[in-house]
Design a protein around this ligand. Structure first.
Ligand code: HEC
Length: 140
């Protein structure tokens, strides 16, 4: 191989590598934005509120034992997001960092496991709430 031909091949190789990494970046970018745009699968109104209404609301509205003790009002999305008198229980997008999930999964001392003094929520109900938090705890 002549000297110029060897030089030429090297330049082509460098160019090809550059183009490849550019297109990999483009794929990674479009993958990221696709994930952001994916519509939520869990609805607060249709999936989450009915659970709260059936299992929590009796105690967590003004006059109920849970509201009186903690200040948590579960009649609305805003009430749930506001949390207790000590602060929020839901961290948008972070179910593991949300103390609400620890109470519902019974990863806390018995006195504050919820629903208070009653049967644990089903795995299915808890997973729905987990996914709703994961998707940003929307009022949807
Ligand atoms: C039978 C009544 C009752 C039911 C039903 C109930 N709670 Fe409670 N809840 C309480 C009481 C009482 C407290 C105060 C507990 C304490 O601080 O000792 C409380 C406290 C809480 C707290 C705050 C805990 C803290 O660390 O301060 C959260 C969050 C909560 N409840 C969520 C729920 C959710 C979600 C449900 C439904 C799945 C639910 N509760 C069902 C009575 C109830």
């Amino acid at each position: 191989m002549t000297r110029w031909l060897r030089g030429f091949t090297a330049v082509v190789a460098v160019l090809a590598a550059g183009t490849m990494s550019l297109s990999f970046d483009a794929v990674a970018q479009s993958g990221k934005s696709r994930q952001k745009q994916r519509p939520p699968t869990v609805s607060f109104k249709e999936d989450i509120f009915p659970i709260l209404k059936g299992r929590c609301l009796d105690c967590h509205q003004p006059g109920g034992a849970g509201f009186d003790a903690s200040g948590l009002d579960l009649r609305t999305h805003a009430g749930l997001m506001k949390g207790t008198k000590f602060g929020p229980m839901v961290v948008k997008g972070d179910p593991d960092g949300s103390s609400l999930m620890a109470l519902l999964d019974w990863r806390v001392k018995p006195e504050i496991r919820m629903p208070h003094g009653m049967k644990k929520l089903s795995t299915c109900d808890r997973d729905a709430i987990r996914h709703w938090i994961q998707e940003g705890a929307l009022d949807n």
